[in-house]
Ligand binder design. Structure first.
Ligand code: F6R
Length: 613
């Protein structure tokens, strides 16, 4: 939630910051602002709405300077308004702060600072940081202004509690920015005679692919040609730069109208890239050995939203292919349930961003319980990957659209690869089965190339149904989570009411909401459960539903007898089929939202990375 960016270098910082904010807009888009250090004075421009509004405002006032900060906001404390937009300033107007996260003790700090005479202008928790640094500066002795600012920020860093990534700029220290990080993402981009501070890599990827990742409690000082990291004790720390392999084309729309549709089409490549590393040594990845892997008795999957749906599919894989009892929890629930102590348990956190606060909280709990931890994650250097014993990276490239698509199919694929490896290690699957599953995996990107060709047909259908008020999705077994995902995708981007059910459950209640013309999407590949799904179609059709069957070639003929419309998805193995089945539902959500004129990449009220609990 919220994106921050800082630039210090030889050029005018404004275009770098505005461009970086556009790349970070997926993190929040209800207001935005920049502060530039111009001839010894801080000039701030802020605007309600998207970065485009800020850009218009900045074009009018034309600030210029080599040092600057920017912010795009997803409101937590205080409504979206200009006063509540970042950067926030101290009383003197000489110091500004941008912040991503939540300051939990801000009310206490605000009271104290108000008593000391500080005047607050906004309703945000962030503003206390600016005033607190100002107060600390008054009581800090140092030989020069740069050291003084560093010491004052260090002091502030221990006084504030919560989750925060902060950027600080002071008019008296031109050519310098200070950043601190605790439980919210903050990455440094290392350029040539210019350096960046940002919530995420795409913000600076166009200018450099060299990044430094910070640990919680650390501080970074950026100058034009030097970056210094201080550890929690304030000691200088050597941090190795990481080369980012994402190419910047994947971080751009590449001719598509929206990131969502581009990312749906990215899926063959995303699967190919993810699978390139899927034949990994999972034992090594977890810092353990094959023997310990064989002893695994329990798996806890933890995730939120779409990643949770991937986890639900993963449960079937891990139980069927590796024979290991697996539970799947919403991260926000896992944190609060009593978990009996189990030996030989592995907790797997699934997260595209690696910064989801609930998932991070849940994995910390798993660690306290003594479980080994594995992240399935898309972002190198993210908090989750740094916390877990090992990480299996999905190599999707940056996923910018708020609605997750390519990360989801890559997560399921990774879980399948993991289950196959575990099953081989513990002897649950035979060598012949191992080879069969490996072949299916290898063929999957090609199957995906065929699957994305369905866009035209799905688009055509949406013309007929896009005005419906309610949509239903049905699936069984591995396709049940796909029904949930289809419904989530649709509500997220089109704001329509949509629900996913296990097909066997509808007669226990949900069938009552089916009325004449209600579109019902039935996931029914021609597999061992096909007959049951034919009955589900009939049950819904008999109540007046407009039934759309999603099946494979072998099921087409029979599906036509019970559905008004049939989509044929290429077939793969029964277990991997959900990876392909979700694609028409992704197109469906996209096209319904498009026809309804919704803001597809940035749906109302949402943010890509939910870094608050
Ligand atoms: C839905 C969506 C969200 C995320 C969820 C977890 O399209 O994107 O439901 O899946 O917020 O985010 P990550 O995977 O970053 O932990």
């Amino acid at each position: 939630m919220c994106g921050i960016i800082g630039y210090v270098g030889k050029n005018n910082s404004v275009p770098y910051i505005i461009d970086g904010l556009k790349k970070l807009e997926y993190r929040g888009y209800d207001s935005a602002g920049i502060s530039i250090l111009q001839e010894g004075k801080i000039v701030t421009v802020r605007a309600v709405g998207k970065v485009a509004e800020l850009e218009k405002a900045a074009l009018q006032s034309r600030p210029q300077g080599n040092t600057g900060l920017g912010h795009t906001r997803w409101a937590t404390h205080g409504k979206p308004s200009e006063e509540n937009s970042h950067p926030h300033r101290d009383c003197s107007g000489e110091l500004v702060v941008v912040h991503n996260g939540i300051i939990e003790n801000y009310l206490t700090l605000r009271d104290k600072l108000t008593q000391l005479g500080h005047r607050f202008r906004s309703e945000t928790d962030t503003e206390v940081i600016a005033h607190l640094i100002e107060e600390n500066l008054k009581h800090t002795r140092a030989s020069n202004d740069e050291d003084k600012l560093i010491k004052a920020v260090q002091k502030t860093n221990v006084q504030i509690a919560g989750a925060f990534a902060i950027g600080v700029m002071w008019a008296r220290t031109p050519g310098m920015l200070v950043g601190v990080k605790t439980q919210s993402p903050l990455v440094v981009g290392l350029g040539k005679k210019e350096n960046f501070l940002a919530s995420d890599i795409p913000a600076f990827l166009q200018h450099t692919n060299k990044a430094l990742f910070l640990d919680d409690g650390e501080m970074v000082i950026l100058r034009t040609d030097k970056v210094t990291v201080l550890d929690v004790n304030g000691k200088e720390k050597k941090v190795k730069a990481t080369k980012i392999s994402w190419d910047q084309k994947t971080a751009q729309k590449g001719g598509y109208a929206h990131f969502m549709i581009k990312e749906i089409y990215d899926q063959p490549q995303a699967l190919e890239d993810t699978l390139r590393t899927a034949r990994t040594d999972f034992a090594k990845l977890l810092g353990t050995d094959e023997k310990t892997l064989r002893k695994l008795r329990n798996i806890h999957i933890i995730a939120c939203g779409t990643a949770y749906h991937a986890g639900l599919v993963g449960k079937y894989y891990l139980e069927q292919l590796a024979g290991i009892p697996t539970s799947v929890d919403l991260a926000s629930e896992y944190k609060y349930r009593v978990i009996p102590p189990f030996e030989n348990t592995l907790a797997i956190a699934i997260s595209q961003s690696g910064e989801t606060a609930d998932t991070i909280g849940a994995i910390k709990k798993a660690q306290k319980l003594g479980f080994k931890t594995l992240a399935i994650c898309n972002v190198l250097g993210s908090t989750l990957t740094r916390l877990c014993n090992g990480t299996f990276f999905t190599h999707c490239g940056p996923e910018i659209s708020v609605a997750s698509t390519k990360a989801f199919t890559s997560q399921i694929t990774s879980l399948f690869a993991l289950a196959v490896c575990l099953g081989k290690a513990n002897g649950h699957i035979s060598d012949a089965d191992f080879n069969k599953y490996t072949k299916e995996l290898t063929r999957l990107p090609k199957d995906m190339v065929q699957t994305v060709k369905m866009e035209y047909d799905v688009r055509h259908l949406t013309r007929k149904i896009y005005k419906a008020e309610r949509f239903i999705f049905l699936g069984r077994h591995v396709n049940f989570p796909i029904a949930l995902e289809g419904a989530l995708k649709l509500k997220e981007v089109s704001y329509r009411s949509a629900e996913g059910f296990a097909a066997g459950e509808i007669k226990h209640g949900p069938i009552s909401i089916i009325a004449k013309g209600t579109p019902v999407f039935v996931l029914m590949p021609a597999d061992s459960l096909f007959e049951k799904m034919l009955s589900a179609c009939q049950e819904c059709g008999a109540r007046g539903a407009y039934v759309v069957a999603i099946t494979t070639r072998e099921g087409e003929k029979q599906a036509k007898n019970v559905a008004h419309k049939v989509f044929v998805v290429p077939s793969t193995g029964e277990l991997l089929q959900p990876v392909l089945n979700v694609v028409p539902l992704q197109f469906l959500a996209y096209w319904i939202a498009k026809r309804l004129g919704c803001d597809i990449d940035q749906p109302r009220n949402l943010a890509k990375s939910v870094t608050v609990e």
